[in-house]
Design a protein. Structure first.
Length: 335
């Protein structure tokens, strides 16, 4: 990816467009009567708009953060001249945390969180859709965030689905990134979570032999990786940073790897795989499910397989427990 040189004008634009938040207008999402009742039990269910600048320096910092853990591929045959933000890299922009005073005991923000006591906050699934050029590097951009859905199982959990639409200021409406993320708030640590299903019938793997293995790579997430990613995303959820809290309060065996770190890691790996082959690889949409946690200092195995010409599957395996932790379905342009 090439980037524009840093000029006095771009610095002035950065100072003018400091990251800020504004309340949104009326939500575009249509909630049922039951959902509206549940939404009234959140700290804040109102839509909001987050303004940011897609800066090359932050992209470079994420590259440096991920590179020690990614598979090694031959260097790209050609350097891309695109100014579009890499798929998944939007996670380091438009941070949701606003102020320490708006945070709860677990270090995460109140917005869209239930007022009832909960023992764990889990990121359980999500989707991404990339249209046109997506976000343009070096430009001001906006993210509109709103509540898309909410449900509850009495005495077990509340599930909240949030929608985000990100676009570069002043660019055509067809160029955007649209994201859906689903969070679940467990009332007790003893509750066994179940997957939030986003995969469709055609996504289910019937036999490993039916899919061609493209990447098989094992790495070990470290505290340094989690700390750097937390600061890049402005995410101070204590399960990623505070081992004493994670162990004694939420009863995890160690620090938990971020859900969005798992997703951006997968997307960076598959992008670099195709770059090394000189292919014109453009992701169109992504679906992912978090099936079990990944932990710091525990080996994780990444496997990427070919489903069809335009669809790939990636799985992160928890090597210690021997089970699937994250499953990602990636749809891209035909090559």
């Amino acid at each position: 990816m090439s980037t524009r040189p840093c000029t006095l004008k771009s610095i002035q634009r950065l100072l003018v467009h400091r990251r800020w938040y504004s309340p949104g207008n009326r939500s575009h999402a249509v909630l049922t009567d039951k959902e509206q009742q549940l939404a009234s039990q959140l700290y804040d269910s109102s839509p909001r708009t987050i303004h940011d600048i897609v800066t090359p320096s932050r992209i470079a910092l994420l590259d440096l953060t991920l590179s020690p853990y990614l598979p090694e591929f031959p260097p790209p045959l050609t350097l891309s001249s695109s100014l579009s933000l890499y798929p998944g890299y939007h996670f380091i922009f438009f941070p949701t945390s606003t102020s320490e005073t708006d945070s709860l005991e677990d270090g995460y923000e109140k917005h869209f969180a239930p007022k009832h006591p909960y023992a764990r906050r889990l990121w359980v699934s999500g989707r991404l859709e990339l249209s046109g050029t997506g976000l343009v590097v070096g430009q001001a951009a906006t993210c509109r965030e709103e509540l898309l859905g909410i449900s509850a199982e009495k005495d077990r959990w509340t599930t909240v689905t949030i929608g985000r639409k990100m676009c570069t200021s002043g660019h055509a409406p067809k160029n955007y990134i649209e994201e859906t993320r689903t969070l679940r708030y467990l009332r007790d640590v003893s509750i066994q979570n179940k997957p939030a299903q986003v995969l469709e019938k055609g996504d289910v793997m019937r036999n490993w032999k039916d899919e061609t293995l493209l990447v098989d790579h094992t790495f070990t997430p470290t505290r340094t990786l989690l700390t750097r990613f937390s600061f890049l995303t402005y995410n101070f959820h204590r399960i990623h940073l505070d081992k004493e809290y994670a162990y004694n309060i939420e009863e995890w065996p160690d620090l938990v790897v971020h859900g969005n770190l798992s997703v951006v890691f997968v997307l960076a790996a598959i992008r670099k795989y195709y770059e090394s082959k000189g292919d014109d690889f453009r992701i169109r949409n992504v679906k992912y499910m978090m099936l079990r946690p990944l932990f710091v200092d525990q080996p994780t195995r990444l496997m990427i397989t070919k489903m069809t010409k335009s669809r790939k599957r990636a799985i992160l395996w928890n090597q210690k427990e021997g089970g699937k932790a994250v499953e990602v379905i990636i749809t891209h342009n035909s090559m």
